[in-house]
Design a protein around this ligand. Structure first.
Ligand SMILES: Nc1ncnc2c1ncn2[C@@H]1O[C@H](COP(=O)(O)OP(=O)(O)O)[C@@H](O)[C@H]1O
Ligand SMILES: [Mg+2]
Length: 373
C-alpha cells in the first residue's frame, strides 16, 4: 500500500463571543465548555443581541465541531489528517506548512482575527506556496464577500436577485426608484446571518434609517438594503469542479415560527438554540417544488457557481414568491458542511454520508493537481 496522503485541516478558531464560556474540542474529540478567558470579545458583539434568557449561541461551536467531524471522516477514508489553527501570525502558518508539507489543505479558514477579507489572502498564500487546497480560490472568495458585486454579476447574466441599494456611512438614506417597502437591511460584508434579525425587515423610512444606522454602528461597514421577498426559502448545494453535480433542493420550513415573526433565517433562527426562531425553523429535503421550479433553481445554481468561480462545493440560496418567482439571495463558496447544515442535508438526500461528502470534496480538489488547473 502506498503512503497515506497527508491532509492538513486549516481553520480559524473563533474569537470568543464575550459570553461567559468558551467551547473547544478536547483531545478525545469531545466538545467541551469552559469559562471564558478574560478579555475575549467579538467584533460581532453577539452578547448585546442575545435574548434575555441567555440561549446557547452555537455559532462559536460550529466550526470546531465541523473541523473535528472532518478530521474523523478523513481518517476513516484512509488519509492522514492534521489540524492547524490559523491565527494572526502569518509566519507561524508558513512555518507549519513548510515543516508539515501536506499533500492537500482542507481549507476551513473563514477569517483571520475576525477580518473576513483575510480569508482570500490565506487562499492566496496557499497558491503562492503551490499547495493544493479544497474550495474556492482567492478571487472567488473575495468576490463572494461583496454581496452587491455578486448581485450585479448575476443580474448582468439575467439571473434574478432582489433589487438593492448600498449605503455608505457618509450617505443620506434616500431610497432609489424602484425600491418599495417592505425592505430588508443587512451588513454588506458578513455571512452566517450576522446582523440579520426580525427587525431587519422594515416597512417605513424611520425604521429603515434606524436599521441602516444600526449596521454602521454595530459592524462598521456599508448597509445593504434589499427588496424583501416574501415567500419560501430554498438552498441548492453544488459539488464538484469541472462537471459539478447538484443535490436535491433543501427548504427552510418556517411554519413553527411565532405569529407575526418574519419568515427569515435570522441570527436567532440560525444559531441561538432556545429561541422561538431557532426552534420554529426546520430544514427539509427534498423540497416540494414543481419539476419546472426545480430545473430553474438547479440550472441557476450551476450558473452562479460558475460565475462566482466556486470550486468543489458551494450553496446557493433562493427565495420563491407565492407566484413561483425565483430570486437568488446569495452564493456561498465553501459553505458550512457540518451535519445539521443545509449542504449535508442535501448530500444525504442525494445518498452520500458525511464521510463520503468529505471524500468527494477532497477528490474534487485533487483533480486540479492532476489535470490542467
Ligand atoms: N431580500 C431578501 N428577502 C427575503 N429574505 C431575505 C432577503 N435577504 C436576506 N433574507 C433572509 O435573511 C437571511 C440571511 O441573509 P443572507 O443574505 O443569506 O445573509 P448571510 O450571508 O448572512 O447568510 C436569509 O437566509 C433570508 O432568510
Ligand atoms: Mg445566507
Amino acid at each position: 500500500m502506498g503512503k497515506k496522503l497527508r491532509i492538513a485541516i486549516l481553520y480559524n478558531e473563533p474569537l470568543g463571543s464575550g459570553a461567559d464560556e468558551r467551547q473547544f474540542i478536547s483531545e478525545t474529540g469531545k466538545l467541551q465548555v469552559e469559562p471564558a478567558r478574560t478579555g475575549s470579545r467579538s467584533r460581532r458583539r453577539k452578547t448585546t443581541l442575545a435574548a434575555p434568557q441567555v440561549p446557547v449561541d452555537l455559532s462559536e461551536v460550529g466550526v470546531l465541531q465541523e473541523m473535528e467531524d472532518i478530521r474523523s471522516a478523513l481518517s476513516t477514508l484512509g488519509y492522514a489528517p492534521t489540524i492547524f489553527n490559523v491565527n494572526g501570525e502569518a509566519f507561524r502558518l508558513i512555518d507549519y506548512l513548510r515543516s508539515e508539507q501536506p499533500d492537500l489543505i482542507f481549507n476551513l479558514v473563514e477569517s483571520v482575527e475576525n477580518d473576513a477579507v483575510q480569508e482570500m489572502n490565506v487562499a492566496g498564500l496557499y497558491d503562492l506556496l503551490k499547495i493544493p487546497y479544497t474550495g474556492a480560490g482567492p478571487l472567488a472568495l473575495g468576490t463572494a464577500l461583496q454581496k452587491s458585486r455578486v448581485k450585479e454579476i448575476l443580474a448582468s447574466h439575467g439571473i434574478r436577485t432582489p433589487r438593492h441599494q448600498e449605503f455608505q456611512p457618509s450617505m443620506r438614506v434616500v431610497l432609489s426608484e424602484g425600491l418599495q417597502f417592505p425592505l430588508i437591511v443587512k451588513p454588506a460584508h458578513e455571512d452566517g446571518s450576522v446582523g440579520v434579525h426580525d427587525a431587519s425587515v422594515v416597512s417605513s423610512m424611520s425604521e429603515l434609517r434606524k436599521r441602516v444606522r444600526f449596521i454602521f454602528e454595530e459592524f462598521e461597514q456599508p448597509a445593504l438594503v434589499e427588496q424583501y421577498i416574501e415567500g419560501r426559502e430554498l438552498n441548492v448545494a453544488v459539488l464538484g469542479w469541472r462537471s459539478p453535480v447538484v443535490f436535491p433542493i433543501s427548504e427552510i420550513d418556517f411554519s413553527g415560527m411565532g405569529e407575526g415573526m418574519h419568515h427569515i433565517v435570522s441570527y436567532e433562527a440560525k444559531w441561538l438554540q432556545g429561541t422561538v426562531a431557532y426552534d420554529g425553523t426546520r430544514g427539509v429535503c427534498p423540497a416540494q417544488v414543481t419539476p419546472a421550479q426545480e430545473a430553474e433553481m438547479k440550472e441557476s445554481a450551476l450558473r452562479c457557481f460558475q460565475l462566482v468561480g466556486c470550486r468543489d462545493y458551494a450553496r446557493v440560496d433562493f427565495r420563491m414568491t407565492a407566484d413561483g418567482e425565483i430570486y437568488v439571495l446569495e452564493v456561498n463558496p465553501n459553505p458550512d458542511i457540518s451535519d445539521d447544515a443545509g449542504f449535508a442535508r442535501s448530500a444525504r438526500a442525494y445518498g452520500l454520508t458525511f464521510s463520503e461528502t468529505v471524500g468527494k470534496i477532497v477528490e474534487s480538489a485533487l483533480e486540479r493537481t492532476r489535470g490542467i488547473g
